[in-house]
Design a protein around this ligand. Sequence first.
Ligand SMILES: [Zn+2]
Ligand SMILES: [Zn+2]
Length: 392
Amino acid sequence: MATDTYWQLEHEYYTIATDHDLIVRVIEHEDIERTEGEGIDAKIVKDFVPNKVHEFKVKRSVLANSSEYFQKLLDTNSSFKESQQSRIDLLGDEARSAEIWFKILHGSPSGLTNLDITIKNVWEMLLIAHKYGLDPKLPVAKAWFEAWWIANKKKANGSTFGFGEYRELLFPCHTFEYAPGFAAATKYLAYNTIGHITEQRPNGFHHHHLRLDQGIVQQINAAKGRLKSILHDGLYTPIEKLLESSRCSCKEHTLYAYQKSLTNTEAWPLEKKFSKNSITALHDKLEGFSHTALVPKMCYDCRIDFGHVVHEAVRNTSSYFDGLCLDCMNTSKPKFGDADEDYWKHSRQGVSWDFNCRIRHGQPSWYFSFMGRKQKMMEWVHRPRYRNRSDS
Ligand SMILES: [Zn+2]
Ligand SMILES: [Zn+2]
């Protein structure tokens, strides 16, 4: 260690393990842009400029056991020069996130103040995990993320995560397999998004290879589409009845008055309003529904409590979707052999839809959490529930 490229930079030291036998240096850097070449050949190139050194004192064996990458790098029989050294350098990683990982791997993440760790730090942790093959599904990693979620969910002013935060938390919840968080985020987005639901990376995080599977994003959007249908069915039922079976002379007035009252809320016609409003916004508008009958003496068929109809439509839609369930998703993923048997168990009579799941949910969450082959779900849709599913 006679000459060290980074000797003149600021150093910060961290003791992760008191019985340490390895130093990992995370070289913090800045990307400085400069122009290379001239005229039409000119192009912008990025230079990796180190600006600070973070030194972590860790256990060699812990790191070697954490991933294949570190195992190969630190194996004393390997040809890597790092394998013989008591110090290794990691370039281009974020020190804060590396620190959390080292603490997790050494089994001591409790000393962390989770409120100081941002969503961007969490994404940077997942970037490190992806780069070095660390496992976010380690029990100690999952427990850490749960603690982080609980600490950060409740803000000082009593509010919880908002729209942008939930979009940024889909991927971390999925990768750390945190079922309550994933259900909360997917539920929130299904009810509160205007237009198509997409996930979002934190500001300044540009690593596009970290993303949710598009099939999952599709399922959240499908659930949102279903919420619209449930709301529409609830609001439309009296109209359908009047159109199909009423013979009285007041039906035209009744039809007009109801649709006029709905239109006054600005939530109707639903198909038109849905593209510019979230389900929650439509619910809020419908809360203001007020109805006056146009004809003083209505027939029996037309004496409909429209206020109750609207209230029930909103109530049914509000309680319909509990979010996507990671456990149902896992059991329905395409596998070889006896595929998704655990998933179909839930559709048997007497077995609850959330049987063996970490979150409580109803049939819709089970249905939209299906990640297997579409054809299979379609077969199920056309069969009554009481049929034994063991043949499927
Ligand atoms: Zn009538
Ligand atoms: Zn489930």
